[in-house]
Ligand binder design. Structure first.
Ligand code: IPE
Ligand code: IPE
Ligand code: MG
Length: 259
């Protein structure tokens, strides 16, 4: 039987056609823990292992940008105890990862309303970002207290202010005007978005940036997501036809003229 476990997807990937940016909604920590009679926090702790594995997996094959949805604006509504445990876990994990990030030449970045984070978290996060800012192999972006609607609302306010102040005319508002006001202004749009745990929704993640992203859903819970699962998603991405509104014939024509 050909299960995912015994097919090595890494060998099937065409490394000349990697997605420039992979975004992941890491979901299912709580259900994974519950299935074993454990507390949700146990799931989050094991989720950190999957973060390491997937980050390593991306860096190894040459992915340039990886964005992980770690905490949404809506997640503040969870029970207080879970929120504080998640913040503590984030704090401890960030403190431990500096050496690994430097050794692997990975730049740490963050998107979201970082001022909502506990001061200690924000401090260590900013320190890590500063310490790794010249690393070039891959940018790892953590979405923390991130919500796309908030991001777009803030962008709208800034643009409106610029119009009000006479620095921008309405006719000059282009798609780029909006893009430049987003947290992601220096990162290309994700080409592939993976969500684990069998949920088929976006949950307020990168709404503007995912206009043409390929979506990939898997039943696996985040703590059990492996490097091979990541490579399987990339392999499937490479076998999709991205048409961007055109026809299949047009895409094939483009491919023949470009080769
Ligand atoms: C994802 O797992 C982690 C965060 C949202 C912080 P969940 O905590 O959402 O796990 P489930 O979806 O309840 O199983
Ligand atoms: C989305 O997961 C946010 C993160 C993974 C950080 P949730 O588990 O919070 O999403 P919903 O609320 O079920 O859509
Ligand atoms: Mg969830």
């Amino acid at each position: 039987m050909n299960t995912n476990e015994n097919i090595a997807y890494q060998d099937k990937i065409d490394t000349s056609k990697l997605p420039e940016h992979i975004a992941i909604i890491m979901d299912g920590n709580g259900r994974w823990a519950k299935a074993q009679g454990k507390h949700r926090i146990f799931g989050h702790k094991n989720g950190v292992k999957a973060v390491r594995e997937v980050t390593e997996g991306c860096a190894e094959i040459g992915i340039k940008n990886l964005t992980l949805y770690a905490f949404s604006t809506e997640n503040w509504n969870r029970p207080k105890l879970e929120v504080s445990a998640l913040m503590e876990l984030l704090f401890i994990t960030m403190g431990k990862e500096i050496k690994t990030l430097q050794k692997n030449n990975i730049r740490l970045n963050a998107i979201g309303h970082l001022h909502s984070l506990p001061e200690s978290n924000r401090k260590v996060l900013l320190e890590l970002m500063e310490a790794t800012k010249n690393n070039t192999r891959m940018t790892l972006t953590l979405a923390l207290s991130y919500g796309a609607r908030e991001e777009l609302t803030e962008a709208t306010k800034k643009i409106a202010q610029a119009v009000k102040d006479g620095q921008l005319s309405i006719e000059d508002i282009k798609q780029e005007t909006i893009t430049e006001q987003l947290y992601t202004k220096n990162i290309p749009d994700p080409e592939l978005m993976i969500r684990t745990s069998g949920e088929h929704r976006i949950s307020n993640f990168l709404l503007w940036q995912m206009a043409y992203t390929e979506l990939y859903f898997t039943e696996k819970f985040w703590p059990e997501f492996t490097k091979n699962d990541l490579y399987k998603a990339i392999y499937e991405f490479q076998n999709r036809e991205r048409r961007f509104g055109m026809t299949s014939e047009q895409i094939n024509e483009q491919l023949t003229t470009n080769n």
